[in-house]
Design a binder for this molecule. Structure first.
Ligand code: NAG
Ligand code: NAG
Ligand code: NAG
Ligand code: NAG
Ligand code: NAG
Ligand code: NAG
Length: 762
């Protein structure tokens, strides 16, 4: 499968001494048993169990609270559907400075803080502005959990720190901001678990990338995990679990393509801090077992962090995991900047393959000289700027580019998590054959499915392993960037035999990634101009954050060679329409049709209300409702939909787009697009499902050509039941039929204001 370079199997040994700086803590850490493990649900019930099966204890009446300082406990006033009850539905609220004094044994500790910014004790959630200190370190300053979650489109947050405790007590203080008049502090959960010192390298020093100077991580250093990619760390796992090493990202089979590009990831980081970048490596491909088969350079911030990395040389054997730490400085400047990580094949030693490999990345923020780890709150973009009535797709060329860029940055970047990634990990199907160091620590299987803890709980259960990189609490709605070469491999060079259909956007192919392990649908659009590519990319960054159980996930894109290509989860049962009429497939039972209706309605409802900005689908129809292997309905093809109105505007003016037969008459007439246009289309879908006939059928008598006109007429004269799919005759309970018909009828009301919202439909 793999091409060799033109020198074939020449193997030149590289001195192992080059890699002395590598360290393997795995054996040590795998056997580590934490001595301290305190898991507090603040204001919660005496004991409770979270969705991961972990036990939480209340802090009420605990010895950790100082008796004479005021604090209150409260339940969250509202619960976002994606928020687990434990520990997020209860909180301790602090009107003034409050300290938890927690007795611990000396040594390094994980400190995790859990925040769900709802309203507590009738306080306004946006007044929760505060600092948090732990010992002599400032973990958070002027921190607004509400602003942070809103800007990042999370429902809740987990902040993870590592702090060495010198004495016998760890003091964690919550300090309401002095600048905001009504400020208070709150916290939902606190977790303190002892950990081995996994940060200091063998000799205690690290060379700073791009500088001669060295840097010491010692007992005085506090760190915050700000980024964890393909590292499903659940407690009590201290070093990357074995599965991290069983998966990897490499460049591809073609040495010429590999030489022409860098395997690149971009992370957004706060300026003015040092970062410890830990790269995890393990040679997992059967044909790479010897030194000088795969050798590559590592770049950070465009500087050589390490030349000639040969994983076999360091590990000694294939399948043995190793990691390497690098220290980078993000200089002062604008509040945030991009930290790039790039790998490129090293050629001077003529390795067998011109390729690079990476299994996982962790990035830790290092405290500054004042003991501070706090960065600014992520910036909330001004909402109305996102609405640009003149903007049309897919050229993307007429918008206010600057504003759009600002918005995308606001949406994507983060003050706490460093995480927008362009690169990604291909989850290889290879297994780490000799990784016995870590074999005791199997990764809990839930990590393979979990998207983390974001806004949309329904993202859980999406079986795609692409999302494995999402660390605990830091849900990044990531989107992989594929090279055109990868797309060509996935689609067998756009083999027409793999053609699934034609979308509004272009041809759709079935493809395979991960060496065949993951099936995907690949949509190939028309090539773009240079500027179009940029707009396309920012668009994708935003759309990649839209994830819902009933919305087809965008898992990646390609913008090489001016191509626009979107990669989605593959839906094995195809479109809803192909199960309704003009088909050899067996008819769907009524109950299943209802479930599909509900699923599709949930998907549309999410697009309208669940995402940060209202998204109007514009083209809801039975060919855009897809069915996965479990017959779960998912709305698709919203990728180039309109971002809908917010606040001050009630509609988006736009060139009419959509599908004949499904189009909202008001939209056609006034060219004003609202969520209610989707409701109309959904009503048409309901009738199409009920009647199992095309929405426009010119073979029928004139009065019956338009499904909607005909059913409205039939309903008026009371014969709608005669129009239903003959297969369903006698199988629908009369009340159910009545409710269904009434709902569908309301959806296709002539005027938007007479139609229900998707929430009302549900
Ligand atoms: C770091 O702190 C731990 C716990 O307090 C202590 O055992 C260890 O000796 C310290 N290491 C150094 C180098 O001071
Ligand atoms: C909370 O405060 C914000 C900003 O101060 C304000 O916009 C919002 O209306 C308030 N919410 C409630 C429920 O009072
Ligand atoms: C505190 O954060 C808010 C935004 O959440 C910002 O507007 C304000 O300038 C910050 N204040 C300080 C002192 O950093
Ligand atoms: C890879 O990245 C390094 C560091 O930024 C740069 O010097 C080099 O030119 C890049 N190579 C390619 C092929 O893009
Ligand atoms: C690194 O290189 C890229 C592309 O060559 C450039 O866009 C970026 O500004 C560079 N970053 C730094 C920190 O020099
Ligand atoms: C981190 O904070 C501690 C305590 O304030 C300080 O002694 C140490 O020098 C800081 N580390 C760095 C790298 O500035």
């Amino acid at each position: 499968m793999r091409n060799t370079n033109k020198l074939g199997f020449v193997s030149i040994p590289i001195p192992i001494i080059l890699y002395l700086a590598f360290t393997i803590h795995a054996t040590l850490a795998a056997n580590y048993v934490p001595t301290v493990k305190i898991v507090l649900s603040c204001g919660g019930p005496p004991t409770s169990t979270d969705t991961d099966g972990r036990q939480w204890n209340t802090d009420i009446g605990s010895k950790y609270l100082s008796a004479n300082v005021k604090s209150i406990t409260s339940q969250a006033a509202t619960q976002d559907p994606s928020v687990p009850s434990v520990p997020y539905m209860s909180a301790r609220v602090f009107p003034s400075t409050f300290t938890y004094s927690i007795p611990v044994v000396a040594g390094r500790k994980f400190v995790r803080l859990y925040f769900y910014p709802a309203s507590y004790a009738s306080l306004n959630g946006s007044d929760g502005v505060f600092s948090v200190t732990a010992g002599s370190y400032t973990l958070l300053n002027n921190f607004s959990a509400a602003q942070t979650t809103e800007a990042l489109n999370f429902a809740f947050l987990v902040k993870e720190y590592s702090i060495n405790v010198e004495g016998a007590t760890l003091d964690i203080s919550f300090v309401p901001s002095a600048k905001a008049p009504r400020a208070y502090a709150f916290v939902n959960g606190i977790e303190i678990v002892s950990m081995p010192d996994i940060y200091g390298s063998t000799d205690g020093t690290l060379r700073i990338v791009g500088q001669g100077a060295s840097f010491t991580i010692d007992n005085t250093t506090a760190l915050e995990n700000v980024y964890r990619l393909n590292y499903p760390a659940s407690m009590p796992t201290y070093v990357a679990p074995r599965d991290v090493y069983a998966t990897a990202r490499s460049m591809g089979p073609d040495p010429n393509i590999n030489l022409a590009y860098n395997l690149t990831w971009i992370f957004t980081v706060d300026s003015g801090f040092s970062y410890l970048v830990r790269l995890h490596f393990c040679e997992i491909e059967a044909n790479i077992t010897r030194i000088n088969q795969r050798v590559f350079d590592v770049f950070l911030f465009n500087q050589t962090a390490e030349p000639r990395v040969d994983v076999i040389s360091k590990a000694g054997l294939a399948g043995i995991p190793v990691y390497k730490d690098y220290l980078v400085l993000a200089p002062d400047g604008s509040p945030q900047q991009d930290l790039s990580l790039a790998l490129h094949p090293y050629t001077s030693s003529h390795p067998m393959y011109y390729d690079a490999i990476l299994n996982g990345v962790e990035i830790f923020k290092v405290n500054d000289t004042n003991g501070n780890l706090a960065g600014p709150n992520p910036i909330l973009a001004p909402k109305q700027d996102l609405i640009d009535p003149t903007r049309t797709r897919p050229s993307f060329g007429h918008g206010k580019r600057k504003n759009q860029k600002a918005i995308i940055i606001g949406v994507v970047t983060s003050g706490i998590v460093l995480a927008f990634v362009i690169g990604f990990f291909v989850v290889a199907s290879y297994r780490c054959q000799h990784g016995k160091d870590l074999s005791a620590r199997e990764v809990p299987s839930r990590w393979h499915q979990e998207h983390g803890h974001g806004k949309d709980s329904s993202a859980r259960g999406v079986p795609s392993r692409w999302h494995q990189e999402q660390g605990r609490g830091f849900t990044k709605k990531l989107c992989q960037r594929f090279s055109f070469a990868e797309i060509k491999v996935a689609t067998k060079d756009f083999d027409e035999a793999l053609l699934l259909g034609f979308g509004g956007f272009g041809k759709v192919y079935k493809g395979e990634i991960n060496g065949g392990a993951t099936k995907v649908a690949i949509k190939r659009g028309n090539p773009l101009s240079d500027q179009g590519v940029h707009e396309f990319q920012t668009e994708i960054e935003m759309l990649s954050k839209v994830r819902h159980h009933h919305v087809v996930s965008l898992i990646g894109y390609c913008e090489d060679s001016c191509e626009i290509i979107l990669v989605y989860d593959y839906m094995s049962h195809g479109t809803l329409r192909e199960h309704l009429y003009n088909t050899q497939k067996p008819p769907l039972p009524w109950k299943q049709r209802l479930e599909i209706c509900i699923g599709a309605a949930r998907g549309l409802h999410y697009l309208h209300t669940g995402a940060k900005h209202t998204i109007i689908h514009r083209d809801a129809k039975t060919t855009n409702i897809l069915l996965d292997e479990k017959w779960v309905a998912k709305v698709s093809d919203f990728g180039l939909s309109k971002i809908g109105p917010t606040l001050d505007k009630t509609h988006v003016t736009t060139v009419v787009r959509g599908s004949y037969g499904y189009l909202d008459p008001e939209y056609i007439l006034l060219q004003q697009l609202t969520e209610k246009s989707d409701v109309y289309s959904f009503g048409v879908v309901l009738f199409e499902i009920l009647c199992a006939r095309p929405v426009m059928d010119t073979s029928l008598p004139e009065e019956q050509v338009s499904l909607v006109e005909w059913v409205v007429h039939c309903q008026k004269i009371g014969i709608l039941d005669q129009m239903t799919d003959p297969y369903l005759k006698g199988k629908i309970a009369p009340e159910c039929f009545k409710q269904y018909a009434v709902t569908a009828m309301k959806c296709v009301a002539d005027q938007g204001r007479d139609r229900p919202s998707m929430a009302e439909v549900l």
